[in-house]
Structure formats: structure tokens, C-alpha cells
Ligand binder design. Structure first.
Ligand code: C2E
Ligand code: MG
Ligand code: MG
Length: 741
């Protein structure tokens, strides 16, 4: 038999028993004993008693009046009346619950009724065994017997009732009967014993006092009852309030937790945003804004890693290429910064296309770029890359309709075990790059130890030079410039000399470039001009022949860029009282042409002071004729290299001839530098070159020697010794077409 069927059977069994008991009791009902008190009892029991319950504080138990009244009916009217009243009360209570919305099946209602009928029947039967008829129990004067009777009544009602209820529950839940009974029913024993006790008291009291006294007692009991109910209600209320407060606290705690988790979420969001912004700040902080290439900081980081790896792994070689674009500043200044920026972007794109994926191209600023070749087999790859870059630069850059060409000087440093810091590698690549520039630009150089030694020497020279300016270790020599045909003195070129305390005389070709780079040439050049003007003005007052002689002074590119140059020249002329028409400022051709537009303006301002201008080393600086004729220049000085090679082939001779012709066409004087032989002098004379300067006539002389030289010249003139005149120069073909050299 299945469990379900077993439950069904038990249900029907109890229902059948209940129905039979009720029928049996109805038939035996003592109708003759029913009086108005029975009716009141029935009315109160069926109508209200179930509602009149008292909860025992701290315990699940309720003391119900229905139990008391059932026991009362049992004691006063016997078992049959009590069975019918109890069954009816159970039926009515269940129906009332259903009316109040509690879902109770009809069968459950009937079961409740049957259970009540059965348990009361059992109680009545047990009582009858000892006390028959039951109605005699109230009159038992022997207290212990009375207590026994009441105890048997309560116990049997409790056991029968709770036993059946526990049985149904256990069958339903599958739990053990004993456990179910203990858990759900044990506590209810209190109800039965208190009910039996109350019933006992009432029947005993009812026996000795009359109805009105009972009524008063009932009222007092009702007052006590309702006061107690009120007290219980208050307890419940405060419990509810405590519960409410607890709930609010819990809700508050819950809200707090929600707020806390929201705040944690917010914190997380903020720290994420902070991290992202940090990252962004790092894209921005480690990259060049214009080209988006890594900047110096990031490059240094990568280089540091490469150095560390090279230390760990002997096989690992890296190389750093340092690039500087030749004449970039010139392009930037002449075509504008927007153009320059575009050019840098184009350059960076081309560089990127030359390297491998693992290599790093970085921009350090301006036109300085660096490349890290990470892990190469040999130095050959670095050289190949330098060549590939030079090759990539040969194509013109076309930006905004302008076409421009760029070349780059590349310095290469290869990894060695001695490198500790990135700065050392970069320094050496930089040195090599400078060497490439010095070696004629658009080329590459690999750093070697000798370079380092030279750089140190150069550094020392730089330091010594700074001190030399302060200590006035410079002095001037003057090289005569003569008429080529007659050899007669035309003027002097002032040339600076450095008397180094340890090294002796240092030639200008060694220190002038360093002075240029460091900017020391500006104060030095100013001193040269001032000293030369003062010296020659002194000679002019001592020797009348000096008054017609010219004084040539060299002006460097840095001086030309000095915004105070015009004022300084003006001041020197004023302070020394030197006649400006006798002064010739020599500016190297490459310097003048480097920024022709600016030079044109400056040269005009200098010319406006009344002095003459000479383009030095002419032929080496790629003059553009379109500019040349706009310069207010009075003299072209043919570079010594053309003069010295005139005898070696027609080409150099033709160049000299062209320069002389050009000067004539532009109404300029020509001075040939470096005439060392009679043959050169003769050729220059034949080409129509008016003036010359060279060891053949005189080496640069110090001030005392100049005075001797001039004295000799005077004596030669007074003694009437004829100056060795050369035959007249050949006819010069005037070249009218424009040309670029
Ligand atoms: P420069 O202005 O072209 O000067 C001419 C150079 O040629 C001088 O060299 C002179 O001594 C040399 N020279 C003249 N005739 C001959 C010759 O027949 N044979 C040979 N081998 N050399 C001859 P120096 O004095 O060594 O000066 C070299 C350069 O240094 C000058 O070239 C000039 O560019 C620069 N320099 C000299 N003094 C100054 C100065 O005070 N200021 C500036 N800015 N530059 C100066
Ligand atoms: Mg010169
Ligand atoms: Mg020269």
C-alpha cells in the first residue's frame, strides 16, 4: 500500500469513527438535563471560546477557553454532551477560519471535527472506567481523588488529541511520529491541564455559589482576562516595536551596505578612470606629440633594457643610430614652422618604413631622431640601415606644393660590455653624428675610441677657450693684401691668434669652429674688430700711407645673427674713430647664403654704415646668382683651394676665371687668397684679378712686423726701386648668362 493510500485509509477511519461517535452521542444525548446553563455553555463554547485564548509569554502555548468549557461540559453534563459540543465547536471554528480566508479543505474540517469527537469520546470512556457517571466528579469531596479525576481527564484528552494530530502530521511530512509529537504537540499539554484545572475550579465554585455570584465572578474574571489580554497585547506591542526597531536597524544596515558597496563601486570606477588617465598621461608623456614616435624618455627606457640584456647575453648586440637632418633649421626658418612640422612627420614615416618591427624609432626634439636596433647579428646591419635611410631621403619631400630635399648625418654606436647607462650610448652616437657632419654631412660614422679621445680634447679646448677670452690670450696678426700686378700694399686682413699657455700658438682653424659653436665667437669677434680698428687707426696717425689702406676683418655667422651687431659695429667705429670707408668686413660665402633673405637685409644695414663688404672663400658656398646681385657686396675673395690648384688643370683655372668675370660684371673687386707662387700670381694677373694675398707676398705679421713691413715698403718707394710690374692682363670674356655655382 502506498503512503498516500495509507493516509487515505487512516483519514476515512478517523472520519468514520468520528461520525459514529457523534451519532452514538446524539442518540444518547441527555436532553432532559439540558437547562439554560447548558445553552449558555454551548453558546459560549461554540460561539466565542476558540477566540478566547491566552498566550503564555515566552512559550508557544495558548490557554484556550474551549478546552475549559469542553471539560466543564464533560463534568457537568457527561460524555455525550461534551462529545457533541466539542465536535460542533471544532466544526464551527474550522468553518470560521475558512470564512476568514484560511485555505482549509472540507475534508480537513471534517477531520478536525472527527478528531475532537474521537479524543473526547476516549477521555469520557477512560473517565467512565473509574468515575461512573462522570457527572459525579464535581461533587468528589476528597481532593486527591478530584485531582486524579481532573488529571486523567486532561491527560487522556491531551494524549488522544495530540496523538491523532501528530499521526496526521507525521504521515504527511514523513517525519517520525515521536519526533513530530514532541516538536509540535508536547507544549500543548499545558492547555489541557490548565483547562482541566479551570474546569475543576468552576464546577466546584458553581456548586457552592449561586448564579448572580457566578455572574459577578464572571465579570471579574472577564476584567482580569481582558486586563491580562491587554498586558499581553502591550508585551506584544513592545515586542513588535522592538522587532520594528530591529527591522529598521537591519534595513538601515542593509542601506548602509548598499551605500558602502555603491561607494566601493564608485571608488573602483574612480581608480579605473585614474589608471586610464595615468596611462593616457604616460602615451602623452612618453611620446612625441607631433610624430607620435616614442620620445627620449621612452627610448632611454628601451635602451636601458637592451644594455641589461647585452650584459646577460654575450651574443646579443644592439646599435643606436643618432640622426640629425642637415640644414633642417634653414628649411624651417625659410618655409615656416607648419611646413617644418609636416616635414618632420614625413621624415618620421620614412624612418619607420626603413626599420624592422622590433626596432624603435624615436624623436628627441627638433630634427633629432634616434633608432634602436634591438638584437642584430653584426654591425653590418646598422651600416646597412644608415645607408637605407640615406637612400630613403633621396626622394624629394612634397609638402603644400613645395618640394624640398633632406639629407641626414648619422652617428652609430654599437653595444659594448662597457656601457652601463643609456646616456653613454647616446653620447657616443651623438659624437659620431657630429663627426659625420664635420666630415661633410649626408653620411654616417661609427663611433670608435679615437673619437672619444678627440671629443675629450675638444671639450678641453672648449674650456680653455672660455678662460682665454677672460684672460685675453688672443692677439692679432695682419696679412698684407697687395695689388697683384705691382705687388704694392693695398691693405691688411686682421687674423686672430691664440697664445695657449701650454700649447703655444693655436691656429684659428682649430679654435674658431669651437668658438662658433659655443657662441664665444661673438665677444671674441667684437674684440678682434675693436683691436684691429684701434691698431690700424694708430698706424694711420703714425704712417701717412696707412690712411689709404684697407682693413679687412672676418665676421662669423654667429656674429651676423647677433641682433646687436649693427649697433656694436657703430660703437666700435665711433670709439676708435676709424674711417668706415677703409673697413672691409669679410663674411664666408656659406654663411651669407645660408639664409640669403636675412643676409641681404643685414648686409644692407652694414653697408649703410659706410663700410665695405667682402664675400670670403668665394666658390665654396654654392652661391645663387639671383641672390648675389642683390647683396651690396664690394669684394669677392676667391678661395685659396682654387688658387692653389690652378696649375693642376684647366677646371680650376676656369673657375677662377669665371669668378673674376662675375665680379667684374657685378662691379665688385676680386681678391685671390693663398698666392704662393710667381706662376699663380702671373695667372691671376692674366685673368684680371686685381688684388692678392698669400705667402708669396707676406705671411700674416704681428704688429711689430707690420711696422717693419710698412717701413720697408716706404724705403723701397723712396729709393726708387722699381716694383716688379707684370704685363697687362688678358682680355676677359664677360659672361652675361646667369649661373649657379
Ligand atoms: P680666411 O679669412 O680665409 O683667412 C685667410 C687664411 O688663409 C688665413 O689663415 C691665412 O693665414 C691663410 N693664408 C693666406 N695666404 C696663404 C697662403 O699663401 N698659403 C696658405 N697655406 N695659407 C694662406 P688663418 O689665419 O689660419 O685663418 C684661417 C681662417 O680662420 C680664416 O680664413 C678665417 O675664416 C678664420 N679667422 C681667422 N681670424 C679670424 C677672426 O678674427 N674672426 C673670424 N671670424 N674668423 C677668423
Ligand atoms: Mg678672411
Ligand atoms: Mg678666406
Amino acid at each position: 500500500m502506498t503512503q498516500k493510500r495509507r493516509i487515505e485509509w487512516i483519514h476515512w477511519l478517523v472520519l468514520g469513527a468520528g461520525a459514529a461517535i457523534c451519532l452514538y452521542s446524539l442518540l444518547r444525548f441527555p436532553i432532559d438535563k439540558t437547562d439554560w446553563r447548558f445553552l449558555i455553555l454551548a453558546f459560549v463554547l461554540i460561539g466565542f471560546s476558540a477566540r478566547l485564548t491566552i498566550q503564555v509569554p515566552q512559550v508557544k502555548a495558548h490557554i484556550s477557553f474551549s478546552d475549559t468549557l469542553t471539560f466543564l461540559a464533560l463534568l457537568l453534563y457527561g460524555g455525550d454532551a461534551a462529545i457533541l459540543l466539542a465536535a460542533t465547536e471544532a466544526l464551527c471554528s474550522s468553518l470560521r477560519f475558512r470564512r476568514q480566508g484560511v485555505a482549509i479543505k472540507a475534508r480537513t474540517i471534517l477531520l478536525n471535527t472527527a478528531v475532537m469527537a474521537c479524543s473526547t469520546f476516549l477521555t469520557a470512556t477512560i473517565l467512565r472506567l473509574k468515575f461512573s457517571p462522570i457527572t459525579t466528579i464535581p461533587s468528589i469531596s476528597h481532593w486527591p481523588t478530584l485531582f486524579l479525576a481532573l488529571g486523567i481527564m486532561a491527560l487522556s484528552q491531551f494524549l488522544a488529541n495530540s496523538g491523532l494530530v501528530a499521526l496526521f502530521t507525521a504521515l504527511k511530512t514523513g517525519e517520525a511520529f515521536w519526533l513530530t509529537w514532541r516538536k509540535h504537540c508536547l507544549w500543548s499539554s499545558l492547555t489541557y491541564f490548565s483547562g482541566a484545572a479551570a474546569a475543576g475550579v468552576l464546577v466546584r465554585v458553581g456548586g457552592v455559589i449561586n448564579f448572580s455570584t457566578m455572574l459577578v465572578t464572571g465579570v471579574i474574571v472577564a476584567i482580569v482576562y481582558f486586563t491580562y489580554r491587554r498586558y499581553i497585547e502591550d508585551i506584544k506591542q513592545s515586542a513588535r516595536q522592538a522587532e520594528q526597531a530591529e527591522r529598521e536597524r537591519a534595513e538601515q544596515a542593509e542601506r548602509h551596505i548598499v551605500e558602502l558597496s555603491q561607494s566601493i563601486e564608485e571608488q573602483k570606477r574612480i581608480s579605473q578612470a585614474l589608471k586610464e588617465s595615468k596611462d593616457r598621461f604616460r602615451h602623452a608623456a612618453l611620446h612625441d606629440a607631433l610624430t607620435n614616435l616614442p620620445n627620449r624618455v621612452l627610448f632611454t627606457e628601451y635602451l636601458q633594457k637592451a644594455i641589461a640584456r647585452a650584459k646577460r647575453d654575450e651574443e646579443f648586440i644592439f646599435a643606436v643610430l643618432f640622426l640629425d637632418f642637415d640644414r633642417f633649421k634653414y628649411v624651417n626658418d625659410s618655409l615656416g614652422h607648419t611646413f617644418g612640422d609636416q616635414l618632420l612627420i614625413e621624415i618620421s614615416n620614412r624612418l619607420r618604413s626603413c626599420v624592422r618591427q622590433v626596432d624603435t624609432v624615436a624623436r628627441f626634439g627638433g630634427d633629432e631622431f634616434a633608432i634602436l636596433l634591438d638584437g642584430i647579428n653584426s654591425s653590418t646591419l646598422a651600416i646597412h640601415l644608415a645607408e637605407r635611410i640615406q637612400q630613403a631621403m633621396t626622394a624629394p619631400f612634397c609638402i603644400d606644393g613645395h618640394e624640398t630635399f633632406m639629407t641626414t648625418s648619422v652617428g652609430i654606436s654599437l653595444s659594448t660590455a662597457e656601457y652601463e647607462e643609456p646616456e653613454e650610448v647616446l653620447r657616443d652616437a651623438d659624437i659620431a653624428m657630429y663627426r659625420a657632419k664635420e666630415g661633410g654631412k649626408a653620411r654616417h660614422e661609427i663611433f670608435d675610441k679615437a673619437m672619444h679621445a678627440q671629443t675629450l680634447l675638444r671639450l678641453n679646448l672648449e674650456n680653455d677657450l672660455r678662460r682665454a677670452v677672460e684672460r685675453r690670450e688672443f692677439y692679432l696678426v695682419y696679412q698684407p693684401i697687395v695689388h697683384v700686378n705691382s705687388g704694392k700694399l693695398y691693405g691688411f686682413e686682421a687674423l686672430v691668434r691664440w697664445r695657449h699657455p701650454d700649447r703655444g700658438i693655436v691656429p684659428p682653424l682649430e679654435f674658431i669652429p669651437v668658438a662658433e659653436e659655443t657662441g664665444l665667437i661673438v665677444p671674441l669677434g667684437q674684440w678682434v674688430l675693436e683691436e684691429a680698428c684701434r691698431q690700424v687707426r694708430d698706424w694711420q696717425s703714425d704712417f701717412p700711407e696707412f690712411r689709404t689702406l684697407t682693413l679687412s676683418v672676418n665676421l662669423s655667422g654667429r656674429q651676423l645673427n647677433d641682433p646687436k651687431l649693427i649697433q656694436k659695429v657703430k660703437d666700435i667705429l665711433f670709439e676708435t674713430g676709424f674711417d668706415p670707408s677703409r673697413l672691409k668686413l669679410e663674411i664666408t660665402e656659406s654663411v651669407v647664403m645660408e639664409n640669403a633673405e636675412v643676409s641681404a637685409v643685414l648686409l644692407k644695414q652694414l653697408r649703410a654704415l659706410g663700410l665695405q663688404l667682402s664675400i670670403d672663400d668665394f666658390g665654396t658656398g654654392y652661391s645663387s646668382l639671383s641672390y648675389l646681385h642683390r647683396f651690396p657686396v664690394t669684394t669677392l675673395k676667391i678661395d685659396r683651394s682654387f688658387v692653389s690648384r690652378m696649375g693642376q688643370g684647366d677646371e680650376n683655372l676656369e673657375i677662377v676665371r669665371t669668378i673674376v668675370t662675375l665680379a667684374k660684371n657685378l662691379n665688385m673687386d676680386v681678391v685671390a687668397e693663398g698666392i704662393e707662387t710667381q706662376e699663380q700670381r702671373a695667372q691671376l694677373h692674366a685673368l684680371g684679378c686685381q688684388y692678392g694675398q698669400g705667402y708669396m707676398f707676406a705671411k700674416p705679421l704681428d704688429a711689430a712686423d707690420v711696422e717693419v713691413y710698412v717701413e720697408n715698403e716706404r724705403q723701397l718707394a723712396t729709393n726708387g726701386t722699381p716694383t716688379p710690374h707684370l704685363p697687362p692682363p688678358q682680355e676677359i670674356e664677360i659672361i652675361k648668362s646667369s649661373m649657379v655655382m
